[in-house]
Design a protein around this ligand. Structure first.
Ligand code: NAD
Length: 484
């Protein structure tokens, strides 16, 4: 095995829990590169004890002091970018440029956290003669972050810098499919000066997550993953009276108008559906082609056909994922859809056992087909035809998800109409991947998010803190009334 068995990090020490382990694969070659422990409730409990022990000292440091660690961490992310992106490529399969972009995004997220002291300044007002009210934000305590396989470096960094910068101590539970990046994240934070116990890493799967949801000393749980598991985690964590923000899956609709710029639309849409092998919660999944857009589709087919698996498109995460995606395509074809670009038989020379698929574009899909409503999570775009923008919006609005939506048009009026009417938390105009960048917050609507607030940017401050309202009176002349 290329890497030793992955360990938990508890109280600053790397430890191997007892119990079962799971193989970790490099999806580009289909071979085992490491093993990950499946931690038990006892391991979660040990992590919580370490976090509780670290909390009083960490939370009482001034925020300006806490973020000094994050300044140094950001510099370390940049200094180690080659090594960190190589790890992402190995455990997740992303091509080199995508893995690098992911680590750069982690640096941007950390940069935002460095600015928290400028943002979380409290409020103060004299509310009656000599009586002052002020609001200050305090950390919630020991918190947890449960993350998915598709961004082994970035999604942990959605929560870690903001949560710890705001004074919390955290338990990170990475995806068991991609556990390697988490070790370097916690090592670099310690190198940057993070005290032991502020961040624990506990590896595992369902049992570990359930123990996190159930633990009485974890105050808040953030989750990113599929809608099925987001619902399980949200229900379980809130049943234990914790605050919970659970981000789920997606089925993003891109509405393409006949007046759209042909080249811009075609290249952006293909990049969105095929980037990271389609394994992004912001990936284009359904193109709603309004009226006469065949000239744009023809160009998309050219762009997609020119892409080379292994060079431009990485593998999907597992053999099972590859089979599932192929089943969706085959079923749609059997139901009468037309496969314009077929990536089912992709192979990469020298990596024949990798889980590769080429970009796949399927036309004449009807809104009731499974491939048009369920999350496929692969490099697959379906095209649904609509006669006008109103019909396109009604197709988009019928989705149970609501992460992202976009419109491609030259008309400001149509763009504004779609921005208003789309039932999604993140909407783009002529943008294939409408990710809000810091300081703006990331988060969807409908079954793409359970709980209130967003996971990054300003929106996350509410989730990771609690406000204390303080009323003070120092001068005797202030007088007395029924309120103060
Ligand atoms: P997943 O739901 O299978 O796993 C996510 C986490 O949940 C992992 O840490 C896993 O160990 C844990 N888990 C899995 N099954 C569980 C169970 N039964 N009970 C408790 N915990 C369980 O998701 P994934 O396959 O790793 O990631 C892909 C999904 O994540 C896609 O649906 C994608 O859209 C979504 N995603 C969403 C966002 C967003 O911002 N909305 C971002 C990234 C990924």
């Amino acid at each position: 095995m290329k890497y030793a068995e992955v360990q938990n990090c508890i109280g600053g020490a790397f430890v191997s829990p007892d119990g079962p382990t799971l193989d970790v694969y490099d999806p580009s070659i289909g071979r085992v590169i490491s093993r990950v422990p499946l931690s038990s409730a006892r391991d979660v409990d040990a992590a919580v004890s370490a976090a509780r022990a670290a909390f009083p000292a960490w939370s009482s440091r001034p925020i300006k002091e806490r973020v000094q660690v994050l300044y140094r961490y950001k510099a370390l992310l940049e200094r180690h970018i080659d090594e960190l992106s190589a790890l992402v490529t190995e455990e997740n399969g992303k091509i080199a440029s995508e893995a690098r972009a992911e680590v750069l995004k982690s640096a941007e997220l950390t940069e935002f956290a460095c600015s928290l002291p400028q943002i979380v300044t409290g409020e103060v007002l004299e509310v009656s003669r000599g009586v002052e009210c002020r609001v200050e934000r305090f950390p919630v305590g020991v918190v947890a972050s449960i993350t998915p396989f598709n961004f082994p470096n970035m999604v942990p960094n959605w929560s870690i810098p903001n949560a710890i910068g705001l004074g919390n101590c955290m338990i990170l539970k990475p995806s068991e499919l991609v556990p390697l990046s988490a070790r370097r994240i916690v090592e670099l934070l310690h190198e940057a000066g993070l005290p032991d116990g502020v961040l624990q890493v506990v590896h595992g799967g369902q049992e570990t997550v359930e123990a996190i949801c159930d633990h009485p000393d974890i105050a808040a749980v953030s989750f990113v993953g599929s809608t099925r598991v987001a619902q399980i985690v949200y229900r379980r964590a809130t049943s234990h009276l914790k605050r919970c923000l659970a981000l789920g899956g997606a089925k993003n609709h891109l509405i393409v108008m006949p007046d759209a710029d042909r080249e811009m639309a075609a290249t952006n849409i293909v990049a969105s559906m095929s980037g990271c092998a389609g394994q992004r919660c912001m990936a284009a999944s359904v193109m709603v082609a309004v009226s006469q857009t065949d000239h744009i589709i023809a160009r998309m087919v050219e762009v997609a056909k020119a892409m080379v698996p292994g060079r431009d498109v990485g593998p999907v995460i597992s053999a099972a994922a590859r089979e599932r995606i192929i089943r969706y395509i085959t079923e749609a074809e059997a139901a009468g859809a037309k496969v314009l670009v077929d990536g089912r038989n992709a192979t990469v020379s020298g990596r024949e056992d990798g889980y590769y698929l080429g970009p796949t574009i399927i036309d004449y899909v009807t809104p009731d087909m499974r491939i048009a409503t369920e999350e496929v999570f692969g490099p697959v775009l379906v095209i649904v035809r609509a006669k006008d923008v109103e019909q396109a919006i009604s197709i988009e609005n019928a989705s149970r998800y609501g992460n992202a939506a976009s419109v491609f048009t030259e008309s400001g009026g149509v763009a504004r109409y779609v921005m208003e009417k789309a039932s999604a938390g993140m909407v783009g105009v002529n943008v294939g991947v409408p990710v809000p960048r810091e300081p703006f917050s990331f988060g969807g609507w409908n079954e793409s998010r359970f709980g209130v607030g967003d996971i990054t940017g300003r929106g996350s401050i509410e989730f990771w803190t609690q406000a204390k309202k303080m009323t003070t009176k120092w001068n005797k002349e202030a007088g007395v009334n029924w309120m103060s």
